[in-house]
Design a protein around this ligand. Structure first.
Ligand code: EPU
Length: 424
């Protein structure tokens, strides 16, 4: 068994450098399949989701040169297979981007259904609707999605029923090499969507409007190889360290982030009583008192990100007064509140709402990282708690945070990584 043991309490102090964005990288890696040539990617986060993606690409015939921990050269000139097994795809969510990218290149694609954090129902009906509108035939059977086309996909108008990051990205991938113009409406506007569009445009795609409500893609015949592209910094990793600095009443300079992307989080930290100073590519968060409670409603970008609510909940756990979180994206994201209650928090979660009655102190306990962001929240809670917090199921955390222990330790935290023999 693997676990983290966090020794609290501590006040985080110092500087931390943010890695490349997981949710941009997991779309850009499969996007390279649209090029029959090489793509040089920089600022790729060194996390297990990326290693899993590289394994899938290699199984399709990609040749990957690992230039350094954060730099890859992917050569897709000889990709010959469009089949990715359920065994590989079910390890994480973003394997669904293989559908859009491989459909651009092959007539028949077979992709196992995706996995990922258990946050409630995670349908892919909007992805399928987009592929069908573009002219593909889609069958879901035996844990696989079978997608096929008899001629090149055709540009069309797609109005999404829900604002969805994954289906917006997948539709962009599928429409890039389609014949004619595709218009996507009611799309997601997250920074990683803009990054995917920038990456594809830098190779000759014609995508306009990413980051707004309407995206227009004029299909091109082919993309050319890319000398180098640097992935944007991870908004959620940056937010996690900002929340940790505030919750531990610390003083942290978060480097290599885009302050504009951080605005919904910055606004809440200021409401909680933090001092937040923005620079060109860094943010300093300083807190020297107990947080004032506040309310959060999660929304698609530029609203407050659902992927930040567990980490921010530690401020509400320890806040003065009562605060609430209303989760509007995922139906089952409050499992972590049971873990915080084991530590002495006073949280009542019911349906899509959690009510936090602030307590002055929390105390170390054995807790579970139910998912990636819940796991990050457990670390922050451990750093605020008196005594020792043992976190299990940490494979969730390692999926999405590069060198998380090293980064926290550089800010003064004491966290042990323990792997027991029975794992060998
Ligand atoms: N939805 C549908 N049908 C679909 C797709 C989505 O009804 O076909 C619904 C979902 O059930 C959900 C909402 O639409 O209620 C939004 O889902 P979205 O498609 O935006 O989520 P996703 O693409 O599966 C990505 C991130 C998640 C993040 C969400 C929301 C990746 C790989 N994952 O998921 O990130 O929570 O967007 O911002 O980009 C994480 O990084 O920890 C994480 C879970």
């Amino acid at each position: 068994m693997e676990k983290f043991v966090v020794h609290g309490p501590c006040h985080l102090k110092g500087e931390v450098t943010i890695s490349g964005a997981k949710n941009a990288a997991v779309a850009i890696l499969p996007a390279t399949l649209l090029v029959k040539g090489k793509c040089h990617l920089e600022n790729v986060p060194n996390i297990s989701d990326i290693r899993a993606y590289c394994k899938i690409l290699e199984s399709l015939g990609s040749k990957i040169e690992y230039v350094s921990d954060n730099e890859l050269i992917i050569d897709n000139s000889e990709v010959s297979s469009a089949i990715a097994s359920y065994e590989l795809t079910s390890k994480f969510r973003a394997s669904y981007y293989l559908l859009g990218s491989l459909l651009g290149r092959f007539d028949k694609v077979q992709i196992g259904l995706p996995g990922g954090c258990k946050l409630g129902a995670r349908p892919i009906d909007q992805h399928i609707k987009a592929f069908k509108k573009l002219g593909a035939k889609i069958i879901v059977r035996n844990g696989n999605v079978y997608a096929s086309k008899t001629e090149q996909l055709k540009g069309t108008n797609i109005f999404f029923d829900v604002v969805s990051v994954g289906s917006t990205m997948n539709a962009i991938l599928a429409a890039t090499l389609a014949d004619g113009i595709t218009t996507l409406e009611n799309v997601a506007k997250e920074p990683h969507i803009v990054d995917l569009a920038n990456f594809l445009n830098s190779m000759g795609a014609n995508i306009k409007g990413a980051g707004t409500d309407i995206i227009k893609i004029t299909g091109v015949k082919e993309l050319h190889q890319k000398s180098s592209y640097s992935i944007i910094p991870d908004q959620i990793e940056a937010g996690t360290f900002m929340a940790a600095a505030a919750a531990t009443q610390g003083d942290v300079l978060v480097k290599n982030c885009i302050p504009k992307h951080m605005e919904p989080i910055t606004a809440k930290l200021i409401e909680a009583g933090c001092e937040v100073e923005e620079f060109e590519s860094s943010i300093r968060v300083k807190m020297d008192k107990r947080p004032t409670s506040f309310n959060i409603k999660t929304l698609p970008y530029p609203g407050f990100p659902t992927d930040m609510q567990p980490q921010m909940s530690i401020l509400l756990t320890l806040g003065e007064g009562t605060g609430t979180i209303l989760e509007t994206i995922w139906e089952s994201r409050f499992q972590y509140t049971d873990e915080l209650n084991k530590m002495g928090a006073n949280i009542t979660a019911h349906g899509s709402t959690a009510v936090f009655t602030g307590v002055e102190k929390i105390y170390g306990a054995p807790v579970i990282a139910h998912d990636l962001r819940a796991g990050a929240a457990m670390i922050i809670a451990g750093l605020c708690a008196e005594g020792q917090t043992e976190i299990t199921e940490i494979h969730h955390i390692l999926r999405g945070y590069e060198n998380i222990i090293g980064k926290f330790e550089s800010l003064g935290a004491k966290i042990e990584y323990i792997k027991t023999e029975d794992d060998e």
